[in-house]
Ligand binder design. Structure first.
Ligand code: IMP
Ligand code: MG
Length: 184
């Protein structure tokens, strides 16, 4: 059996530049959680639907920033392959195994780039008749948008640079960085 290629050093200053510190991320997520509690008053749980894998850390922090009862679900989609730019087509790799009919639902994304993934997911989930359907994303790269998509909660707007960390990867590496970093 061959050894896997070694992962790049997580804190190599030559390739990683901190764009958003862990403190700023946590502060902003607390604000978003409060906003969600103000916006979504009602009974029954909120369904948080994390899009694998990039949203997993944001999901964990956002869920704990919301006071109203939340249920945690995940969907897997692919639009990117292993490169840095979208292939333009979205495939559902893992669907929900619960009904969201009549529920308040928030799609939890790591980043909105072209908008292709969220445009597709939003129309897919709308057909399942939730009571409300919103989108929360940690990051937004508005310059890269190819499909307009209405995002309800945005952590940070960032310039058109490829970022990693806090769940986001490049070819599966860097997800466990505490900060959002630019990969140069
Ligand atoms: P979209 O469909 O182009 O909006 O792509 C969204 C998905 O592309 C995100 O959920 C990420 O998985 C990935 N992506 C886009 N930009 C970046 C980036 O800068 N770093 C890491 N992943 C990214
Ligand atoms: Mg993603």
């Amino acid at each position: 059996m061959s050894n896997p290629a070694p992962a790049p050093a997580l804190r190599d200053p030559a390739t990683l530049r901190v764009l958003i510190s862990a403190d700023r991320i946590h502060q902003r997520i607390a604000e978003i959680g409060q906003q969600i509690d103000e916006d979504l008053v009602g009974d029954g749980p909120i369904y948080l639907i994390g899009i694998l894998k990039g949203s997993f850390i944001f999901m964990a922090d956002l869920a704990r920033a919301i006071r109203r009862s939340a249920r945690i679900e995940f969907m897997g989609v692919s639009s990117y392959g292993r490169g840095k730019s979208s292939s333009g087509e979205v495939r559902v790799l893992k669907d929900l195994d619960v009904s969201i009919a009549g529920a308040d639902v928030i799609i939890v994304e790591d980043i909105v780039d072209s908008g292709i993934t969220l445009t597709y997911l939003k129309s897919l989930l709308e057909t399942r008749q939730p009571r409300s359907l919103r989108i929360a994303t940690l990051l937004d790269k508005p310059e890269r948008r190819l499909r307009p998509v209405e995002v309800d909660y945005v952590g940070f707007q960032i310039p058109d640079e490829f970022v990693v960390g806090y769940g986001l990867d490049f070819a599966e590496d860097y997800r466990n960085l505490k900060e959002v970093c630019v990969l140069e």
